[in-house]
Structure formats: C-alpha cells, structure tokens
Ligand binder design. Structure first.
Ligand code: DC
Length: 230
C-alpha cells in the first residue's frame, strides 16, 4: 500500500489477544516498523532472573534498579522472519523470553517505575521517524498519547488461555491448560491494578473484542481502520 502520511499506530490490550500478530501484519502491509514492547519488559525480567534478582520467593528490586544502566536493549530486523528480534547486551534472547518462567515474573518487573521510565524513554525515541506500529499495555496512554490510531484488544480469559496453550503445545512446550489460564488471569490482575501505567483503554482508542473472531477477521477490521487514517 502506498501512502504519504506517516502515522503512529498504538495497539494495547490484554495478553494473548493477538496484538503482536496483528501489529506485525499491519506493519508489513503498510511498510512500517513494528516494535514489540512486551519483549522489552520480558528481556528485563529475563536479565533479573539470570542475575538472581528475582525468583518465585524473592525480588531484590533495588539490585535490579541499580543494574538498569547495564541493560542494553536493541532490535535487529531479521529479514527471513520479516520482523525485528530483541537483543540483550548484544545477544539475541528471543528464544528465552517467551518461556512460562519469564511470563510468570514479567508483571512484577513491569510494575517498577524505574524500569518503565527507562523503557518508555527508549520507545519514544523510536518514533522520531513515525511510520511505527507499537504494541504493549500503555502505548496509547503513556508512550504515545498523540498516536493517530489507537486500538485496544480484548477477548475472554478462557479464549486467550486456549490460544496461548495451543501455541505452546505446537512449539513442543509441555504445559497444562490450567497453568496457562492461571498465568493469563494473574497477569491481567497485575497489569490492570499496578499503580504506574496500568493497562487501561485510552479514551480515544477503538476497542476490538476478538473472542469470536479469527486472526484474519481481526486483521481485516484493523486494516480498514488504518486505511481511514492514512
Ligand atoms: O505483551 P507481552 O505479554 O509479551 O508483555 C509481557 C508483560 O510486559 C505483560 O505482562 C505486561 C508487561 N508490559 C507492560 O507493562 N507494558 C508494555 N508496554 C508491554 C508489556
């Protein structure tokens, strides 16, 4: 699709609502840069776990905060995949950050204001050129309140857990559906109730509940909204 006007597209919403699938597809179609901000929070959580700052029983927040300057996050475009992968201090960590262990810790790390400040600043820097599709939880509310198009994705917790469960089983991960559902609902709770930048729909965001929609239907709806803006 050719267009002159470049905009910022902010996609927020609950986990496993297909935000990143949609964002990647939209970015590819209109030639925009896609940024997965969840990957940034996951990478900080992964770093905290590796350094022993966090596990199920303890969290040394001060230790992590004092180490934030040592965490360098970057994205590199992988042409064969068609999207960017995240690097932690020069190392590709894509294959580590989607595990259930990281998923279980990430909300605790994402609550820390010092972590959010660092990542939001980096995210805002990425928009200098516009032409960006960014997905996360606070993109339309905090990172880019001026975004020209804001989508807010929802779906029932059970549908979302089924999607995540299927994805993990297809990737050879041994896991029970109940523990995926438990992770989805506990992250919903933590993400919507945290003091700093809770997950909330921006007043001017368009809500898409895709509980009973296919990936293709969700995309068809969204690309029309994008076309209206361009
Ligand atoms: O989109 P995801 O499931 O990969 O995100 C992982 C976690 O990071 C999620 O539980 C909430 C947090 N997150 C956030 O607080 N703010 C963002 N902009 C993106 C993700």
């Amino acid at each position: 699709m050719s267009q002159n006007k470049k905009i910022i597209i902010a996609i927020d919403g609950f986990s496993s609502t297909g935000k990143s699938t949609l964002a990647k597809h939209l970015a590819k179609e209109i030639g925009y840069v896609y940024v997965d901000t969840g990957a940034m929070y996951r990478t900080v959580a992964y770093y905290a776990m590796k350094q022993g700052f966090i596990d199920e029983n303890h969290f040394d927040k001060e230790g992590l905060i004092s180490d934030l300057d040592k965490i360098n996050l970057s994205f590199k475009f992988n042409a064969s995949l068609g999207y960017s992968e995240i690097f932690l201090n020069g190392k590709n960590v894509e294959s580590f950050i989607r595990s259930i262990e990281v998923s279980n810790m990430v909300s605790k790390v994402a609550r820390i204001s010092a972590v959010r400040e660092k990542l939001v600043e980096q995210q805002q820097m990425m928009s200098i050129e516009k032409g960006i599709v960014m997905d996360g939880r606070d993109i339309g509310t905090v990172v880019f309140p001026q975004a020209e198009l804001k989508l807010f994705m929802t779906a029932s917790a059970e549908k979302r857990a089924h999607r995540r469960y299927k994805e993990m089983i297809d990737n050879g991960v041994k896991i029970e559906y109940e523990s995926v559902l438990e992770n989805v609902t506990s992250r919903d709770h933590l993400d919507t109730t945290r003091a700093d930048s809770p997950l909330v729909k921006a007043a001017d965001a368009i809500e898409i509940d895709n509980s009973d929609m296919t990936v293709e239907q969700t995309y068809a709806l969204a690309i029309n909204l994008v076309k209206e803006k361009l």
